[in-house]
Design a protein around this ligand. Sequence first.
Ligand SMILES: Cc1cc2nc3c(=O)[nH]c(=O)nc-3n(C[C@H](O)[C@H](O)[C@H](O)COP(=O)(O)OP(=O)(O)OC[C@H]3O[C@@H](n4cnc5c(N)ncnc54)[C@H](O)[C@@H]3O)c2cc1C
Length: 415
Amino acid sequence: MPNNQQPILNVPHVCILGGGFAGLYTALYLSNSAWARSGRCKITLVEPNDRFLFSPLSYELITGELQAWEIAPSYQKLLANTGVVLCEQKMQKVALKNREVTLEDGTALNYDYLVFAVGAQNRWATISGLRAYALTFRTLADAERLEAKLTILGASERQWLKVIILGGGASGVELACKIADRLGKRAQVHLIERGDEILKPFPSGLRKAAYRAMRARRIQVECGTEVIAVETESITVMRNDQIVELPADLVLWAAGTESREPIARLNAAKNERGQLLTRPTLQLVDHPEVFALGDVAEVRNQHKIVPATAQAAYQQASRAAKNLEALMRGKPLRPFRYLHLGDMLTLGKGAAIVSSFSINLEGQLAAIVRRLVYIQRLPTLRHRWQVLEHLLNSTMAKILRWFNYGTQKQNNRSS
Ligand SMILES: Cc1cc2nc3c(=O)[nH]c(=O)nc-3n(C[C@H](O)[C@H](O)[C@H](O)COP(=O)(O)OP(=O)(O)OC[C@H]3O[C@@H](n4cnc5c(N)ncnc54)[C@H](O)[C@@H]3O)c2cc1C
C-alpha cells in the first residue's frame, strides 16, 4: 500500500524477483519516487531469505571486524514504510506470455511489469567429492558454516591447520587473507588457481598488492594446477603432469558462478553463460515489460559487457527504477550507463587495497576508506546511520582505552 495514502485501485503491479543488490535497490529507488509514493503502482519483492546480504563486506564476519546485523539487515526493517510488499518465497517459474510468476508454494502472482534480479549461484565443477566436502562462501548460511568450522579448527590442538582455497579470483584471495589472519601463525593457507594468473581481470598494481599481502601471511599461491578430487581430509591435484595428494583440514570452493535453475528453464534469449540478454534500457530483448539486471543479466554499455559485480548491479538498479517509472508513465526510457568507480579488495584484518581513478591506497588507510565507501552504499539511510554510529562508538572506545593505557603507564612510571 502506498505511504500515507489511500490505495488507488487498478494500479500497475511491479513484481521484483530477488532482493539482492539489483532487486532490493530497485525496489527502494522505485518506492522512494514521488510517483510510487502517490500510490501509482504496487511493488512486490519476491525473496526467499529474511535478510539481505551486503556480500562485499561478508569477509569481515570471518575476522569479527563486523557483525551480521551490520551487513545483513532484515528485509522487514529495510522495507518498513516503503509500501513495498515483501513475499518471502522463491520464484519457481515465470510464464512470460501470461505475465505470471509461480512461487514455490504454488501461488501464482500476476504482474504488469517484472524485474529479474535473482543473481547467480555457485558453479560446482564436476570434481569428485567437491560438493560433499568443500565449503563455499556466497550466502549468510555459508558464512555461518565457515564460522563453525573455523571455531572447531581454532580450538583444536593441532600444530598446523591446513586450509586450501580453490579459485584465485577476488573471492579466493580475500578469503585466503582473512582466514590466515583469523587462524594466526598455525594456519598454512594454500590458494590454488587453475589458470596461469590470479586476479586476472584486475589491474597489475592491485595484483602486486595482493601478492604482497599473501606473502606477509605466508599464503602459498599455486597457478596452473587442476584439482581432480576432494576427500574428507585431503585433495588430489594434477601438478606438472603428476598426481599429488595434499592434506587439508578445510577446503573452500571459490571458483565461478552459473545461472539459477528457473532462469536456465526460462524461454527467453540468453548468452552462452545463461544470462538473460537485455536492451541498453535493461529490458529483455523480446519483452519490453520485463527488466533484467545484476548477475542474472548480460548488460552491455557501449558494446562492452558490464561486469557481474555489486557495483554494477547497484548502478543498474537506479536506472531500472527510473525506466520502470518512465514506462508506466508513457515517457521515453534511457539507456544504462556504467561508470567503473574502481576496485577494492580486503587483504586481511584491517588491510585492503583501493584503486580508483588513478588513486591507489593500501593497508589500514585503504581498509578505512573501503569500509566508509561501503557503509555509504548500505541500503536505507537509517541502517547506514546505525552502522556508522556503531563504528564511531567502537572507535571512540578504542581511542579512550588507548588514552587510559598511556596515562596509566605514565602514572606508573612517575610513582
Ligand atoms: C563473498 C562475495 C563477495 C563479493 N564482493 C564483491 C565486491 O567486493 N565488489 C563487488 O562489486 N561485487 C562483489 N561481489 C559480487 C556481488 O555480490 C554480486 O555481483 C551482486 O550481489 C549481484 O547482485 P544481484 O542482485 O544480481 O544478485 P544477489 O545480490 O546475489 O541477489 C540475488 C537475490 O535473489 C534471491 N533469489 C535467488 N533465487 C531466487 C528465486 N528463485 N526467487 C526469488 N529470489 C531469489 C537471492 O536470495 C538473493 O537475495 C561479491 C560476491 C560474493 C559472493
